[in-house]
Design a protein around this ligand. Structure first.
Ligand code: HEC
Ligand code: HEC
Length: 269
């Protein structure tokens, strides 16, 4: 007992205790500290893939095969990429319900977090286009006039001049593009859903896609007025011609009838 208290009083005792305490906290920290950022991202990614795989087995495997290899009811998803999944599920086209000429948009049944998990799983099967970022589809630096020109040469033959949509052969149709999210417009161009051709960056550069989205936003957004006044459905020369015939000629006939009635009255009196 005496010996111990003598040691405690030794001038170096405080230093030794301090060093021991420091070593202990350091060790504890190393044992319990959160894993490094890269490791954390990796675990989050593999968790997303696992969750996505579960969602996939329940909602998609019946048509696309247990490993995404495809079946008689749905194509292979190997290599379609996260962009295709985000578009198809994010617009409610997938999971498909009944067979028909074209799989239509429906109410979206997955949350965006679940869609991201499905996308993570499917892109783990084979590399494909990734989901575009806001910098790619956002309006910053876009040229609306150029976008209009590109839209008329690449898209208007199916979607009409201002994107109001139109019928195609065999019960298929190009949908109205009003109200479609910029991200989904970008993904549609990237992946070419169903009867739409795809426009990879070699055909329409990233900048071209951004311009087209800005154009669609300008002609369809609620914050902009039609430059010519009443837009008549934006259907082009046919509806505008019809308007001229019905209302223009109608007005002329009305004037003629009125004049005739007046002259007839004037003659009588
Ligand atoms: C009832 C069957 C069915 C179900 C269920 C289904 N799909 Fe599909 N899916 C199809 C068919 C058929 C197509 C092809 C449509 C076409 O291009 O004509 C398709 C196409 C796709 C495409 C586009 C592939 C490409 O080449 O761009 C993706 C992505 C996709 N499905 C994902 C999913 C996901 C994810 C689920 C589950 C949430 C799902 N599908 C559920 C039948 C189904
Ligand atoms: C050959 C005709 C054709 C051309 C050309 C075409 N599309 Fe499409 N587009 C379609 C069809 C058909 C669909 C419907 C596909 C589906 O439902 O999966 C579609 C769907 C879309 C959608 C999804 C709309 C929605 O409601 O979710 C967008 C966005 C779109 N097209 C944009 C474009 C743009 C932009 C261009 C030009 C760069 C273009 N399309 C060129 C036929 C076409």
């Amino acid at each position: 007992m005496k010996k111990l208290s003598a040691r405690r009083r030794h001038p170096l005792a405080a230093v030794v205790v301090l060093l021991l305490a420091l070593a202990a906290t350091g060790g504890l920290y190393a044992a319990f500290a959160p894993a490094s950022k890269a490791q954390a991202d990796e675990t989050a990614q593999s968790l997303a893939i696992d969750e996505g795989k579960k969602l996939y087995s329940v909602g998609c495997a019946s048509c696309h095969g247990t490993g995404g290899q495809g079946s008689s009811d749905g194509p292979s998803l190997v290599g379609v990429g996260a962009a295709a999944v985000d578009f198809q599920v994010g617009t409610g086209r997938m999971p498909a319900q009944q067979p028909g000429a074209q799989i239509p948009k429906k109410k979206v049944i997955y949350t965006q977090a679940e869609i991201d998990q499905l996308a993570a799983y499917i892109s783990s099967l084979g590399a494909g286009p990734s989901v575009p970022t806001k910098a790619e589809y956002g309006p910053d630096g876009a040229d609306i006039a150029k976008g209009g020109e590109l839209f008329r040469t690449n898209c208007a033959q199916c979607h009409n001049f201002t994107g109001k949509g139109g019928a195609l052969t065999h019960g298929k149709f190009a949908p109205d593009l009003e109200g479609v999210a910029p991200k989904h417009i970008y993904e549609a161009m990237q992946t070419g859903p169903q009867n739409m051709p795809s426009f990879p960056d070699t055909t329409l550069s990233e900048k071209n896609k951004k311009d087209i989205i800005a154009y669609l936003n300008a002609v369809n957004g609620d914050d902009t007025e039609s430059p010519g006044g009443l837009e008549l459905g934006g259907l082009g020369p046919v509806s505008e011609g019809l308007f001229a015939w019905v209302f223009g000629l109608g007005a002329l006939i009305a004037v003629a009838v009125w004049v005739a009635a007046r002259t007839a009255k004037a003659k009588k009196s």
